[in-house]
Design a binder for this molecule. Structure first.
Ligand code: GLC
Length: 559
């Protein structure tokens, strides 16, 4: 690691915070969060230690997929604010050292998008080939990503008597990237928002976006894209020409080995970052079993990434907690442990809950989960409200259960809005995770709160660039309840130890590659631990964790 690298590739040790503007803070009392509201909370985010904001879609949309169904890529949903307010937000964030990235959703549009309205109007329409039309659904017909919405990813359209492709909901027709004008539009969209000051994109549904849509039966006579990865590399190269600092963080929910192709190669980057979906799912299996082995195996199986690339680590996001990479019995184990009621499950593959209720509010276990997330090699991605331990509202439909308004105080509507409760864009959480019990204001005042714990973790993480940049070593110690790992870079090394069990554990660890006169400096508690002949003795509490910098007299960093 060189100094220039650490600032150029800022995403290697960023703290990313995802939010949906419409549920963050309402500044004009209409029940919908907005850009001026979010701008007022930039100092809150800076105080927490966030370095990058990921904004969920803020484009105009009929709202049938929470904004992931877009009707205009070059506009802002008027409920959220104006372009003037958007630029003010980006500038304010930047001033506090926070970059802004946003969702790029170009696998599909809304069926209300003018392109689709025109495309479906006649087979001769100039926009016809913006979408994928076929006389017959190909034989390789898959079920839709949302079981229950439709049995097929092909929908018959009466007007022109052909089928269109939709990998997601039927109201989200897939764009045809094999058609050159569509690729031009995508570049224009990327260029447009980059020009407004953003630092990259979270790219939605990448495997669907680039998968060949023209190879199946009935594709003759349609445009062909010779190499989908070449196209992803083209988007990346275009973005790099427009902004030297911008990055792409892709949603690629595939096994690690298959993800590798989406990073590209050193001289031909594609996505700089991808979420570690495999690691996340194995983490929950580990939680369900109180056994570190599934997580350890996933970490050990991560492939080496090209220079400058990075994993995004997360425990929850805005969607259902997908468990699609687990085997059926493994998924059942996780369901049994964390979503015992069928109403907590979604699409047969996921859980529509946030983490604290899944852990029965057990603060020791919640802290363990976040301590793990921040200490694993990669860049942590938080979903708004995780820093205060928000819960879900199962009375709200589908995935909206985890997308309730941010809980700022115990006042009216949790301090989110002064509108009537019935006018709120999504109802608040109730019960033991309601704003009365869980809110940012009271936690800020309480030094022992989860928020302060997360702040401390973020500070320790930001003080330990080896987590983002270093190489991982998993220590062997014979106790499967515990993960002990070291991350080491030229700047130094850190040892993290996590006990996944609800019982105390005594452990002796042998530490490899020590400098003479090394000791362990605890980054979360005012303690220094001796190392005796290369080993350290630890006593971990139930669900206990330690962050220990391996330090010697030569280390000049502050703790
Ligand atoms: C991604 C988003 C999800 C959305 C889907 C279709 O998976 O995370 O919320 O429904 O893409 O755009």
């Amino acid at each position: 690691m060189r100094i220039s690298d650490t600032s150029d590739r800022w995403w290697k040790n960023a703290v990313i915070y995802c939010l949906d503007v419409e549920v963050y803070l309402d500044s004009n009392d209409d029940g919908v969060g907005d850009l001026p509201g979010l701008t007022r909370r930039i100092d809150y985010l800076a105080e927490l230690g966030v370095t990058c904001l990921w904004l969920m879609p803020l484009y105009p949309s009929p709202g049938h997929d929470d904004g992931y169904d877009i009707t205009d890529f070059y506009a802002i949903d008027p409920r959220l604010g104006s372009f003037g307010e958007f630029v003010e937000l980006v500038r304010t964030a930047r001033d506090r050292g926070i970059r802004v990235i946003m969702d790029l959703v170009v696998n599909h549009t809304s069926d209300q998008h003018p392109w689709f309205i025109e495309s479906r109007s006649s087979r001769e329409s100039p926009k016809r080939d913006y979408y994928v039309w076929r006389d017959n659904p190909p034989t390789k017909n898959q079920p839709s990503a949302f079981p229950g919405d439709s049995d097929s990813i092909w929908e018959y359209d009466d007007t022109t008597e052909q089928y269109y492709l939709h990998n997601f909901y039927r109201h989200q027709p897939d764009l045809n990237i094999a058609h050159p004008p569509v690729r031009d539009e995508i570049a224009r969209i990327v260029g447009f928002w980059t020009q407004l000051g953003i630092s990259g994109f979270r790219v939605d549904a990448v495997p669907f976006l680039i998968e060949p849509k023209s190879e199946e039966e009935g594709a003759e006579g349609h445009d062909q894209l010779p190499d989908p990865h070449e196209y992803l590399g083209d988007i990346s190269a275009f973005l790099a020409r427009r902004s030297s600092e911008a990055m792409l963080l892709g949603e690629v929910n595939l096994p690690h080995q298959e993800q590798l192709a989406f990073f590209g190669a050193g001289d031909r980057p594609e996505l700089q970052m991808q979420f570690d979906f495999h690691g996340m799912q194995q983490l929950y299996l580990s939680f369900a079993r109180n056994d570190a082995r599934p997580l350890t195996a996933s970490l050990a199986g991560r492939p080496d990434l090209p220079d400058g690339c990075q994993w995004g680590t997360f425990v929850r996001n805005h969607d259902e907690l997908t468990l699609d990479q687990l085997s059926d019995p493994e998924r059942d184990e996780v369901f049994e442990a964390f979503a015992p009621d069928p109403d907590m499950r979604l699409y047969g593959r996921g859980i529509r809950r946030r983490l604290p209720p899944m852990f029965g509010g057990d603060e020791r276990r919640i802290r363990l989960a976040y301590s793990l997330m921040f200490s694993l090699p990669g860049t942590p991605v938080l979903f708004y409200g995780e820093e205060i331990g928000m819960g879900e509202n199962l009375a709200v439909e589908g995935r909206y259960a985890v997308r309730t308004p941010m809980q700022w105080s115990d006042g009216k509507n949790g301090g989110f809005s002064k509108a009537r409760a019935s006018d709120l864009v999504v109802p608040l959480t109730d019960g033991e995770f309601s704003p009365k019990h869980v809110n940012a204001t009271s936690q800020r005042r309480d030094r022992d709160s989860l928020t302060h714990f997360i702040r401390d973790l973020i500070q320790a993480y930001r003080n330990s660039p080896e987590i983002g940049w270093g190489r991982l070593t998993i220590l062997e110690h014979g106790d499967h309840r515990v993960l002990a790992h070291i991350v080491r870079a030229s700047v130094g090394a850190m040892l993290a130890v996590h006990n996944l069990a609800d019982e105390p554990v005594e452990l002796t660890l042998s530490l490899p590659d020590l400098e003479p006169k090394s000791h362990l400096f605890d980054l979360l508690q005012p303690k220094i631990l001796p190392i005796n002949r290369g080993t350290v003795e630890l006593l971990l509490e139930p669900y206990g964790h330690r962050w220990l910098r391996i330090t010697s007299d030569a280390d000049t960093r502050i703790g």
